[in-house]
Design a protein around this ligand. Structure first.
Ligand SMILES: CC(=O)CC(=O)C(=O)O
Ligand code: MG
Length: 222
C-alpha cells in the first residue's frame, strides 16, 4: 500500500483489532477484573464511519455507549514482531470511538457468547482523519477526551494504559498477521456512558485533532 492509501486506511478494508480493559479505572467502573493478558476482539471494516455521517444506534439496543480510544494505524506487515521493533510497524494514529451496545454486551457476557452484536455493527467505529506518526512523538503521553452535548464524559491519558503500544503490537502479531492499513484500538479510559438519537459527540486528542458526530437510529426493517 502506498503512503496515500494508508492515509485513507478506513477505505482500505483491513482488520480493526480492538483491545479491551486496557485502563484499570475503566475495568473497575464496569466491575471487570484487571486483565493479565490483553483482551482482544474484532470489528469488520463496515464498522467505519467518518465525520459527516451519523453513528447509528442498532435497532436491537437501548443502551449504546461511547468509548474514546487512541487508534494505531499499521504501516508495515509483520508476524511475531518483537517489542523492540514494534514501533517500526506504525504508520500513524487516529482518534477512534469503540461504540458498544452495552445492554447486548452484558447479555453476551452472561451467556458466554462472543461480543459481535455489541461491538461489530455498522458505524460502531467512528474515526478521525489519519494522523502521521511524526505528529504524536510520544503516543504513551497524549490526553483523550469526549463530550456529549458539550458535557465532558471522558478524559484520560494514554499513560494510564496497562499494556503499552509496543507490547500490544507484539502480542497481536503472535496471534494474527498485522497488515498495512490495519487499525488497532487501544482501549478506553474511564467515563463511558450512554448516547441517544439526536445527541452530538465531540472527541479529541488534546492539541492534535478533534471530531464531531451526530447520533441517529437504525430502523428495524425486518
Ligand atoms: C468492556 C469493554 O467493552 C472493553 C473495551 O472495549 C475497552 O475499551 O475497555
Ligand atoms: Mg473499547
Amino acid at each position: 500500500m502506498s503512503k496515500s492509501n494508508v492515509a485513507r486506511f478506513w477505505e482500505w478494508g483491513r482488520k480493526i483489532i480492538c483491545v479491551g480493559r486496557n485502563y484499570a479505572e475503566h475495568a473497575k467502573e464496569l466491575k471487570n477484573e484487571l486483565p493479565t493478558e490483553p483482551v482482544l476482539f474484532l470489528k469488520p471494516p463496515t464498522a467505519y464511519v467518518k465525520e459527516g455521517s451519523p453513528i447509528l444506534v442498532p435497532h436491537y439496543s437501548t443502551n449504546l455507549h461511547h468509548e474514546v480510544e487512541l487508534g494505531v494505524v499499521v504501516g508495515k506487515e509483520g508476524r511475531d514482531i518483537p517489542q523492540t521493533s514494534a514501533m517500526d510497524h506504525v504508520a500513524g494514529y487516529a482518534l477512534c470511538l469503540d461504540m458498544t451496545a452495552r445492554d447486548v454486551q452484558d447479555q453476551c457476557k452472561a451467556k458466554g457468547l462472543p461480543w459481535t452484536l455489541a461491538k461489530a455493527f455498522d458505524t460502531s467505529c467512528p474515526v478521525s482523519d489519519f494522523i502521521p506518526k511524526e505528529r504524536i512523538p510520544d503516543p504513551a503521553g497524549v490526553e483523550l477526551w469526549l463530550r456529549v452535548n458539550s458535557a465532558t464524559r471522558q478524559r484520560g491519558s494514554t499513560a494510564q494504559m496497562i499494556f503499552s503500544i509496543p507490547f500490544l503490537i507484539s502480542y497481536i502479531s503472535r496471534v494474527m498477521a498485522l497488515e498495512e492499513g490495519d487499525l488497532i484500538l487501544t482501549g478506553t479510559p474511564k467515563g463511558v456512558g450512554a448516547v441517544y438519537e439526536h445527541d452530538e459527540l465531540q472527541a479529541g486528542i488534546e492539541g492534535v485533532i478533534n471530531m464531531t458526530f451526530k447520533v441517529g437510529r437504525r430502523a428495524d426493517k425486518s
